[in-house]
Ligand binder design. Structure first.
Ligand SMILES: NC(=O)NCCC(=O)O
Length: 421
C-alpha cells in the first residue's frame, strides 16, 4: 500500500504536467491550423461503450470486431481508482486456452503502456527525460501491482518523437547506452523490485562502438539484469518520420529472448508493415511479439488494427501493439516535403494499443487520446493449440519461398508475367 500512496502523489504531478502540454499543443503559435485532428475523438471503444447500440447489437458488434468478447481480468479497485484519479486507463482481459492433460496452463500477464511526453519540448532535456521517467515509472508500478509479468513500453519512450525535425542537437542528447544508461538503470530497479520483465525501447548511443545511434529495445529480466537488446530492422521513409537521418537498420537480425514468462521478440514500429519481420521472430521461437510504435493519424490508423492482429494469426503467436499518444510540438518549424506550409506540430499520436492472440481474437484498444495500460492474461498454450489447428507451419512451404525469394532478390530478376500472345 505504501507503494500505492507514492504512486498516487507522483501521478498527480504527472497528470498536471500533461494538461499543460495539451494546452500548449492547441494554443501554440501556428499550430492550430497545422493540427490535422485538433480535437481527437477518444476512439472506437468510446463509441461502442457510449450506449448507442441495443445490447444484442452491441454483443454482435463486439464479436465481429474483436473475434469474441474476452473475459475481463479483475483489477484491484485501489489500482483502477489510482489510474482514474491520475488520468490514465488500466484495462485487463483474459485469453484462455483449452485445458490439456499433459501440459499445465502457461498463464502470463502481458502489459503494454502508452504514454505522452510530460513537459514541452522546449524544456531542458534532462528535465523532459526525468518527467517522463517519473510518469512511466508510476505506470509501470501500477501495471506490476495489477499482476503484469512482462511490460512493454512504446518506441523511444524516453523522449519526444523529434525525428521529424531532422535536427541533431538537442534531440540526440536523449540517446543513451542500452547497457547502463539512465533509463536502463531505472528499468533494472523496477524490474527487480517487482519481478517483472520490461521491454524498454530507447534511442541507443553505442558508446562501445563508434558512438553511433540506434533505435533499440532493451530487454530487462525479472532479476533486474539486461538480457539483451534488439534493434529496429526497418526504418521509415514516410511522412515526417525522418528517422533515417539518425540511425541505420539493425544488424542484429531477429533475436528472441527466453524470459521467465515466455519467449519474446520485438518488432519495432515500421517493421510491422513487413510480414517477414514478424515471421522471422516467430520462426526463431517467439511466443509473444511486441510492436513498440510511434505513429500518427492520417498516416497509419487504418493499418493499425490489422497489422499486429494479422501477424498473431499468421505466426501462431501473441502480439502487442503499443502506440504513443498525444500531440507533440517542436520549437522550430519543419516541412513534410509535400508542398504544404512548414509547421511545428507532429500529428496526433493515436494510442489505441491492443493485444492480439494466435486465434485471431484481440482485446479492445486503449484510448486514442489518453495514456493507459492494457493487460492480457494469456495462456501461451494457445500458440501450440492454434498451430495444431491451422498448421501454417506445415503448409507455409518455406523452402519453396526461400528459393523463389532468392531469385527475386537478384538485381537481374524480372517478374514472371505471362501475357496472351
Ligand atoms: N516510428 C515509426 O517507424 N513510424 C513510422 C510510421 C508507421 O509505421 O506508422
Amino acid at each position: 500500500m505504501g507503494d500505492q500512496i507514492v504512486l498516487e502523489e507522483e501521478l498527480k504531478m504527472g497528470a498536471a504536467s500533461n494538461d499543460f502540454v495539451r494546452h500548449e499543443a492547441v494554443t501554440g503559435s501556428n499550430n492550430v491550423a497545422q493540427d490535422p485532428d485538433p480535437q481527437p475523438h477518444d476512439g472506437l471503444e468510446a463509441i461502442l461503450n457510449g450506449g448507442h447500440l441495443p445490447s444484442a447489437e452491441l454483443e454482435e458488434a463486439i464479436r465481429l470486431i474483436y473475434g469474441k468478447r474476452l473475459p475481463q481480468l479483475a483489477i484491484d479497485s485501489s489500482i483502477s481508482d489510482h489510474a482514474k484519479e491520475n488520468n490514465f486507463q488500466i484495462f485487463g482481459y483474459q485469453m484462455k486456452a483449452q485445458v490439456e492433460q499433459l501440459r499445465r496452463p502457461r498463464k502470463v500477464r502481458i502489459a503494454g503502456i502508452q504514454n505522452k511526453i510530460v513537459l514541452p519540448t522546449t524544456a531542458p532535456i534532462g528535465e523532459q527525460r526525468d518527467a517522463i521517467f517519473r510518469r512511466v515509472g508510476q505506470m509501470i508500478e501500477a501495471a506490476a501491482l495489477a499482476g503484469a509479468n512482462i511490460i512493454g513500453l512504446q518506441e523511444a519512450w524516453t523522449m519526444p518523437f523529434a525525428f521529424c525535425t531532422r535536427e541533431r542537437l538537442p534531440w540526440t542528447e536523449f540517446a543513451e547506452s542500452a547497457e547502463n544508461g539512465p533509463s536502463t538503470k531505472l528499468m533494472k530497479q523496477l524490474a527487480a523490485k517487482h519481478g517483472v520483465v520490461i521491454i524498454s525501447p530507447i534511442l541507443e548511443r553505442d558508446e562501445e562502438k563508434d558512438d553511433v545511434i540506434w533505435n533499440t529495445a532493451v530487454v530487462i529480466s525479472h532479476t533486474g539484469n539486461v538480457i539483451g537488446k534488439s534493434r529496429k530492422n526497418h526504418i521509415p521513409r514516410v511522412g515526417d518520420f525522418n528517422e533515417s537521418t539518425y540511425y541505420m537498420e539493425s544488424t542484429l537480425g531477429h533475436p528472441v529472448f527466453e524470459t521467465a514468462f515466455g519467449k519474446i521478440g520485438i518488432n519495432i514500429c515500421y517493421g510491422r508493415h513487413h510480414p517477414q519481420n514478424w515471421m522471422m521472430y516467430a520462426l526463431n521461437g517467439a511466443e509473444i511479439i511486441f510492436n513498440p510504435s510511434a505513429t500518427v493519424n492520417g498516416l497509419s490508423e487504418s493499418l493499425w488494427p490489422i497489422e499486429a492482429r494479422n501477424a498473431a494469426i499468421a505466426n501462431h503467436v501473441f502480439t502487442v501493439g503499443i502506440n504513443r499518444v498525444g500531440s507533440e510540438v517542436f520549437p522550430n518549424e519543419f516541412t513534410s516535403g509535400d508542398g504544404k506550409p512548414a509547421h511545428k506540430m507532429f500529428g496526433h499520436f493515436y494510442g489505441s494499443s491492443y493485444i492480439a492472440g494466435p486465434d485471431g481474437t484481440r482485446t479492445p484498444g486503449l484510448s486514442r487520446t489518453q495514456e493507459g495500460i492494457i493487460i492480457c492474461e494469456a495462456d501461451l498454450n494457445l500458440c501450440r493449440q492454434t498451430k495444431d489447428a491451422w498448421g501454417f507451419r506445415m503448409t507455409q512451404r518455406l523452402p519453396d519461398y526461400a528459393k523463389e525469394l532468392t531469385e527475386v532478390s537478384q538485381s537481374d530478376y524480372r517478374p514472371k508475367i505471362i501475357k496472351e500472345i
